[in-house]
Design a protein around this ligand. Structure first.
Ligand code: ASP
Length: 485
C-alpha cells in the first residue's frame, strides 16, 4: 500500500529533524588548527566552531587577531552572523570556511540539495501562474464579474491580516516577553539596511505597472506578472469572439500541461522537505533559543490561535466548509511552506493542492493564491506586531500605550503587504516598522538568530490564510452570481 503524499512529507520532515538534531548534538563542535593553505600573510590559524559560538584566531604581520560570532550577542565585540563576519572581516570568513563543524557541513549540503526541489518549483511557478490566472479570468465570462472578485479578495486579505495583528498584540500583552529578560541590547547590534514604509509601498504600486512585461517574467516579479496577465485577459474578454476562444484554449492547454508537470514535481516533496529540515535542525544553536523562549512562545501561540481558531471559523461560518478537510487537503503545501519558509516557492503546490485535493474552482484559486502569496501575509503581519512590541519592551523596559499599539498595527499591516514571499522577508520589513514607530533598528539583531524557525511557522500561516481565502471568496462570489441570475 502506498502512503498518501502528506504522510510521506510528514515522515520526511520528522526524519530530517531527527537526523539534523543528531548531527547537531554529536557533530557541532570542532576545533581545528590550520597551518596549510592559509591566505597570504597568515602564519597560523585556529577555528573553534559550535552552534552557539564561532571563534577564529590567527597571527599575521599585525599580531594576533580574534573574531567571534555569537548569535546571542553576549560576547563583547562579537558579530551576530557568519554573513556579518564576511562583511566585517573577509579574511576571518575565509579562514572560517576552511574548518566549519561537520554539522554545519551536513547542513550546508542538505540545503544545496534541498534547494534543487525548490528550484524545480520555482521553474514552474511563472508559467503556472500565467496559464492558471489566464484560464481563471478568461473563464469568468465577463470583466464585471472580475471586479466583484477583486474587491472580495482584497477585503478578505485586509480583514484577516488585521485579525492576525490583533491576535499578535493580544498575546504579546499577555506574555510581555520583553520585560524582565536579561538580553544585552548594547552588543547585539545587527547591520541592517532599511528604506521607508512609503518607499516600499510605492515600489509595490510601481511593480503593478511593469515597464516591460517580458522583463517582469524573466525576473519572476509576481506582482507585475499578475497585473499584466489580468489586464491582458480583461482586454481579451472585451474583444471576445474568436480571439477569446483562441486565447482561452491556449491558456487552458498550457495550464493542463503545467499542472501535470507540477504534480510530477510534487512527488519529490518528501525528499525536499527531508533535506531542508536537516539543514535547519543541524545548524541551529540552542543557547539563543532559551534566551528568547518567551518571545518565541508569544509568536508561535499567536500564530496557532490565528491559524487554528480564527481562520477555521471563517471557513466554517462563511465558506460553509469543513476546515479540517481543507487542512488535510492542503497538508503537502503547508508542510512544504513550513520547511522552505517561502510562500512563493510553495505556490505551485498550493495551486495544485487547492484544485486537485480541496476541489476549489480555478476561477477563484488562480486569482486569490498568486496575489495572496505576495500581498496577503497574516503570519508575517502577526509576527511583525509581536516582534516590534518585544523589541520596544526590551529597549524601554515598559509596556506600550494604546495609540502606539495602533500605530504598530497599521505599519505591521503595510509591512506584511510589502514583504516578498521569500525566506526572512519579514525580518527585512521589520526594520521599516521599527523605524516608523521610532525604535532603534539595530536591536533587530536580538531576534535574528531565531528568525528562520519563526519564519517556518509564519510562512505556513501565510499560505494557510490564502487557502482559507479561496474558499471564502468562492462562496461569497458564487452566492453573488446566483442572486444576480
Ligand atoms: N517567509 C515568508 C513567506 O514567504 C515571509 C516572511 O519572511 O515573513 O511567506
Amino acid at each position: 500500500m502506498k502512503l498518501e503524499l502528506h504522510w510521506q512529507i510528514l515522515i520526511g520532515m520528522l526524519l530530517g529533524a531527527v537526523i539534523g538534531v543528531a548531527a547537531n548534538v554529536t557533530l557541532s563542535r570542532r576545533v581545528t588548527e590550520i597551518t596549510e593553505g592559509l591566505p597570504a600573510g597568515v602564519d597560523q590559524a585556529r577555528v573553534s566552531d559550535s552552534t552557539d559560538l564561532i571563534e577564529i584566531f590567527w597571527t599575521d604581520a599585525e599580531g594576533e587577531q580574534t573574531w567571534v560570532v555569537d548569535p546571542t550577542g553576549k560576547t563583547p565585540d562579537c558579530v551576530l552572523t557568519v554573513d556579518d563576519l564576511a562583511k566585517d572581516s573577509p579574511q576571518a570568513a575565509k579562514i572560517y570556511e576552511m574548518a566549519p563543524s561537520y554539522a554545519r557541513l551536513i547542513g550546508y549540503w542538505s540545503k544545496r540539495f534541498g534547494s534543487l526541489f525548490l528550484r524545480l518549483l520555482q521553474m514552474v511557478s511563472v508559467p503556472l501562474i500565467i496559464t492558471s490566472l489566464a484560464t481563471g479570468v478568461l473563464g469568468l465570462g465577463g470583466a464585471s464579474r472580475f471586479g466583484k472578485m477583486f474587491s472580495t479578495t482584497l477585503g478578505y486579505y485586509v480583514a484577516t491580516s488585521l485579525l492576525a495583528i490583533l491576535t499578535g498584540l493580544l498575546v504579546t500583552n499577555i506574555y510581555n516577553p520583553g520585560l524582565g529578560t536579561e538580553l544585552r541590547l548594547d552588543v547585539a547590534k545587527a547591520q541592517i539596511e532599511s528604506s521607508s514604509i512609503s518607499e516600499t509601498l510605492m515600489g509595490q504600486i510601481e511593480n503593478m505597472i511593469p515597464k516591460n512585461p517580458f522583463a517582469a517574467i524573466a525576473s519572476s516579479s509576481f506582482l507585475s506578472i499578475i497585473s499584466f496577465t489580468i489586464i491582458f485577459c480583461i482586454f481579451v474578454l472585451k474583444i471576445g469572439g474568436e480571439t477569446l476562444d483562441r486565447f482561452r484554449k491556449l491558456a487552458e492547454d498550457g495550464f493542463v500541461v503545467m499542472m501535470q508537470l507540477t504534480t510530477a514535481i510534487i512527488k519529490l516533496a518528501p525528499w525536499g522537505v527531508f533535506l531542508l529540515m536537516i539543514y535547519v535542525t543541524a545548524t541551529q544553536g540552542l543557547a539563543v533559543f532559551s534566551a528568547l523562549a518567551w518571545y518565541m512562545l508569544a509568536v508561535v501561540s499567536g500564530l496557532a490561535l490565528h491559524a487554528l481558531v480564527t481562520l477555521p471559523l471563517l471557513v466554517w461560518l462563511i465558506a460553509r466548509r469543513n476546515p479540517l478537510n481543507l487542512l488535510r487537503a492542503m497538508m503537502p503545501a503547508l508542510l512544504t511552506a513550513f520547511s522552505s519558509a517561502s510562500s512563493n516557492a510553495t505556490l505551485p503546490l498550493t495551486l495544485n493542492n487547492i484544485e486537485k485535493r480541496a476541489g476549489v474552482s480555478n476561477r477563484v484559486s488562480s486569482f486569490v493564491l498568486p496575489l495572496g502569496s505576495t500581498i496577503n501575509m497574516d503570519g508575517t503581519a502577526l509576527y511583525e506586531a509581536v516582534a516590534v512590541l518585544f523589541i520596544g519592551q526590551l529597549a524601554f523596559g515598559a509596556e506600550f500605550g494604546f495609540t502606539d499599539q495602533i500605530a504598530i498595527a497599521l505599519t505591521a499591516l503595510l509591512a506584511s503587504v510589502g514583504a516578498a514571499g521569500i525566506p526572512h522577508a519579514g525580518l527585512v520589513m521589520m526594520a521599516i516598522v521599527l523605524q516608523a514607530v521610532n525604535l532603534p533598528i539595530e536591536y533587530q539583531g536580538i531576534i535574528l538568530a531565531v528568525d528562520r524557525v519563526l519564519d517556518m511557522f509564519r510562512t505556513s500561516v501565510n499560505v494557510w490564510s490564502d487557502c482559507c481565502g479561496t474558499t471564502v471568496v468562492e462562496r461569497i462570489t458564487a452566492s453573488d452570481s446566483n442572486s444576480r441570475a
